[in-house]
Write a protein that binds this ligand. Structure first.
Ligand SMILES: C[S@@+](CC[C@H](N)C(=O)[O-])C[C@H]1O[C@@H](n2cnc3c(N)ncnc32)[C@H](O)[C@@H]1O
Length: 378
């Protein structure tokens, strides 16, 4: 029986995640704000978690219905087949959110859903008491304009947690967003990539992982690894296949630099953990001094935005300097994310394309300046 699945995404990345789902062979894909729905099997849950580079989490969609009273919420929640997923010893918690809905008290909705699920499981397992000593199941009750969606989280921690990054720097870019920035660019593994504000190395590392076909989930654990219905064998098989799929012979030419020596140390350590340290050159360097390595390269970067007190003038100068460097290297393409609304006037060129994205809670634009296509053999 096919399972209804949801891959959640940050605002603006739905189309990217949709393309990833298509490439993974999932069926009945449809997108709406912040999510991509598709159908699949237990093996597809494993595959989605292991391979989706840009999604936030993967959920089993249990049901969706309209509810404006607690009774409607309780009854329709109880009607769903919870025991299909949650075993008798399952430990489960309910999280929630409510937007523009009559049922606006999230804590009350969570309590009602928990009660309804317990009631259903009591009936199914013919028991009054649950030890909750087994695997964990996080149920989400999401209400948008009175329409309730109930789903169980198969991922656990968000999919941006790849397992290679120690979160020691401030303002790191989420790995999922870094990967999306790369996938939205024209960078391919045979072209040079440079991030002159690389911080902890997220963009270079994600690019190298794409080039070598390293599954984003290979170094981490997922909530549904403990689930009876999926079983350990599917996970083991997916991990073995993911290891076999890696191509260490691919040697992309990737560079990362940053003014902060601690950031560069961290980036090197992260790249090593991710298994890509041999194809990324990291260097301590202010952006004003970068020398672009070669022709037809691609710069993908997440510079400071000038939002911190006292930082604005310095950041404006940086953007100007970067614009000057890119002007002198017209075969290069630039992809840059920032919240600064007048970025193009400092950079000195109008973007060929611009896409609205959220970097955490910060509203940003992803500016895309395309250089000429490289000759065929590049
Ligand atoms: C928003 S953070 C980038 C975070 C990075 N994408 C990551 O995932 O860790 C901006 C980075 O720009 C660096 N930076 C600030 N001024 C710089 C300059 N003049 N030249 C080069 N790097 C600079 C900071 O040290 C910081 O690491």
């Amino acid at each position: 029986m096919s399972i209804n699945l949801i891959a959640t995404t940050t605002f603006g990345l739905e189309a990217v995640v949709k393309r990833e789902c298509q490439a993974l062979g999932f069926e009945n894909i449809k997108t709406s704000d912040g999510k991509v729905e598709f159908t699949g099997t237990e093996a597809d849950i494993v595959k989605a978690n292991m391979w989706l580079r840009c999604a936030g989490r993967v959920w089993v969609k249990m049901g969706t219905f309209k509810a404006v009273t607690f009774t409607e919420l309780f009854d329709q929640t109880k009607a769903l087949p919870w025991a299909d997923w949650i075993p008798e010893d399952g430990k489960f918690t309910v999280v929630g959110k409510s937007v523009k809905s009559t049922l606006f008290s999230v804590s009350d909705c969570q309590a009602i859903v928990k009660k309804a699920v317990v009631e259903k499981l009591k009936q199914t397992y013919h028991t009054d008491w649950f030890d909750e000593t087994g695997a964990s199941y996080t149920i989400q009750v999401g209400i948008l304009k009175d329409v309730v969606t109930l789903a169980i989280d198969t991922s656990g921690s968000g999919l941006h947690m790849r397992g290679y990054r120690a979160n020691a720097l401030d303002a790191p870019l989420k790995e999922t967003l870094a990967s999306a920035m790369i996938q939205l660019s024209y960078w391919r593994k045979n072209r040079i990539l440079l991030d002159p504000f690389c911080g902890s190395g997220t963009i270079p590392i994600e690019a190298a992982m794409i080039a070598r076909n390293i599954a984003p989930g290979i170094h981490r654990k997922f909530a549904s690894e403990e689930w009876e219905r999926i079983g350990k064998d599917l996970w083991k098989k997916a991990r073995v296949e993911a290891y076999q799929a890696i191509n260490y012979d691919v040697m992309p030419e990737i560079y990362g630099s940053d003014i902060d020596p601690d950031a560069i140390e961290l980036a090197k350590a992260n790249a090593e953990k991710a298994g890509v340290d041999d194809c990324i050159t990291f260097e301590v360097k202010p952006c004003q001094e970068i020398v672009l390595p070669g022709k037809y390269g691609v710069m993908i970067t997440n510079p400071p935005y000038g939002e911190r007190i006292g930082e604005l003038k310095e950041v404006e100068n940086m953007y100007r300097a970067l614009g000057g460097i890119m002007k002198e290297n017209p075969t290069w393409s630039t992809y840059l994310i920032t919240s600064m609304e007048y970025f193009e006037s400092l950079f000195g060129r109008k973007a060929d394309r611009k896409r609205k994205l959220f970097n955490g809670h910060i509203k940003t634009d992803y500016y895309q300046f395309e250089g000429p296509r490289p000759p065929k053999d590049l």
